[in-house]
Design a protein around this ligand. Structure first.
Ligand code: ADQ
Length: 468
């Protein structure tokens, strides 16, 4: 797709929960997909990026904003109080919306206090960022933490074009209506000019709600929702990776060393890899069960394989995240206890982050990439794994059909992540796959990863925003 010229575009203001300071790009740690994607968007324009610093202090209440400018990108951050963090971030965002939007009604908590905290912090964001926004700026709000922000900015008189992108799934109406005050939340979304989703599936769930619960007028062909005199564009914009940056990483010494390190430590064994934030939505325990099932069915192959799971902890103050960590340690321990030899451990479970260079090297060394979330907005690891493969001897991607990425990557080996048998069978399929078939699948997958990249995602979203 042709790239738009970005130079005479209005200034871009990005607002998201967290801000990654530009120098942190590529730094080790679980930054999340959002950080890399937004940095790519802002570095092309003279952008302002506003959000929470990640720090706890009372200074946010006094209106203090920290700003710094690096390479033309200005970051402006505020601190949050402990109460704000508990109620808004750990509470409503990550204990109510995140589980519900990932179809986990069993984990979703509904507390009046955290709901109020969520609204209070959105109000604070609006108070602090509104004076930094100039009349011609295009404003782009990100993700489930900040759904009401557009409406809060409008109530302060902002006439700018304001868009919103949801990085996670939108749940089916019959699940979504279990959220108290669901209508209030959706009404606030319709104050944006453009609302973007990762996939057609999440978009359709949203439109279904608007039409059948809210009684809005939905024009599916045009991709618009009209309600109470306003019209919002609602479309799917599948996010991609920063191809230009990522595909170059293979030439970095750090990537080659990482690749070598993995290859030499696994000797003649075939390496399989999983890389995820430690999150229940990523299906890591279910993946380990699938690997255990494969070993049960093919004990003779335990010697030939090694599975590396890299999973840095995230959101450690939320109970369900502590629970998944404990569960995973137990599952890996059980398989390793039963299947290890003095000189061989079948599962290596690592709780830390790595740089993108190192991840590139690990991905390239691994002949099978296991990306098996139970539900995922998109999943960039699937795309990074493909981008890191050797075209002459590519590895096989095993991908959950419930990841948004599956819609774009049908040439992966698609699995039901809830079924250990299905995962075990997919591993067998990958191990048996001929070089010819691996190459054929890789060719199709790499075309998607290269062509639907993060620059196009940004350009497509901002083009619709500018035309709204
Ligand atoms: P995440 O849930 O964070 O993002 P994902 O899309 O997989 O999930 O992005 C993770 C990013 O973090 C990748 O760039 C990956 O390389 C990096 N990462 C993961 N583990 C790492 C590790 N151990 N060390 C270093 N880096 C690591 C949310 C949504 C996704 C959506 C993205 C972008 O949940 O569905 O794809 O936003 O929209």
């Amino acid at each position: 797709m042709e790239r738009s010229t970005l130079t005479d575009q209005p200034r871009l203001v990005v607002i998201s929960n967290r801000v990654a300071v530009p120098k942190a790009r590529g730094a080790a740690g679980a930054q999340g997909g959002l950080a890399g994607a937004l940095h790519a968007a802002l570095s092309d324009r003279k952008g302002l990026w506003f959000g929470w610093s990640g720090q706890e202090s009372e200074s946010g209440r006094t209106g203090h904003i920290d700003t710094q400018t690096t390479d033309g990108v200005t970051t402006a951050t505020i601190d949050l109080s402990q109460r704000d963090i508990d109620e808004y971030y750990n509470g409503y965002a990550n204990s109510t919306l995140w589980p519900l939007f990932h179809y986990r009604l069993d984990l979703a908590q509904y507390e009046r206090e955290t709901g109020k905290g969520y609204e209070r912090v959105n109000e604070r964001f609006a108070d602090q960022v509104a004076p930094l926004i100039e009349p011609d700026d295009a404003v782009w709000v990100h993700d489930y933490h900040l759904i009401p922000l557009g409406e809060r900015l409008r109530s302060r008189g902002l006439k700018n074009r304001i868009g919103f992108f949801l990085h996670i799934p939108w749940p089916p109406t019959r699940l979504f209506v279990s959220l108290p005050y669901h209508e209030r939340l959706v009404r606030t979304l319709l104050y944006y000019d453009v609302v973007g989703f990762q996939t057609q599936e999440w978009l359709e769930s949203f439109l279904h709600y608007c039409e059948h619960e809210l009684g809005a007028e939905v024009d599916g062909a045009k991709g618009t929702v009209s309600f109470e005199g306003r019209t919002t564009i609602a479309r799917a914009y599948p996010i991609g990776i920063d191809w230009d940056h990522f595909s170059q990483l293979g030439s970095a010494g750090e990537a080659r060393q990482a690749q070598q390190r993995l290859l030499s430590s696994s000797r003649r064994r075939t390496a399989m890899i999983g890389v995820d934030r430690l999150d229940y939505s990523k299906g890591i325990p279910e993946r380990i069960d699938g690997i255990g099932r494969f070993f049960d069915k093919h004990p003779e192959r335990v010697q030939d394989l090694v599975f590396i799971q890299i999973a840095p902890p995230s959101r450690e103050d939320v109970d369900s995240y502590q629970a998944i960590r404990a569960e995973l340690e137990q599952k890996c321990g059980r398989i390793n206890g039963a299947r290890s030899e003095v000189d061989m451990v079948p599962i290596r479970y690592v709780n830390r982050g790595y740089s993108h260079e190192e991840l590139f090297g690990f991905f390239r060394a691994a002949k099978i990439g296991l990306v098996t979330p139970l539900r995922d907005g998109m999943n960039l690891v699937a795309k990074e794994y493909i981008a890191a493969q050797d075209p002459e001897d590519p590895g096989v991607l095993i991908l959950s059909r419930f990841a948004g990425a599956a819609a774009q990557m049908p040439d992966a080996v698609l699995v039901n992540p809830h079924s250990p048998d299905d995962i075990a069978h997919a591993i067998q399929t990958a191990l048996d796959m001929t070089l010819e078939e691996r190459k054929a699948r890789y060719q199709k997958l790499i075309a998607t990863v290269r062509d639907d990249n993060v620059q196009d995602w940004t350009a497509n979203f901002l083009r619709d925003l500018s035309e709204a």
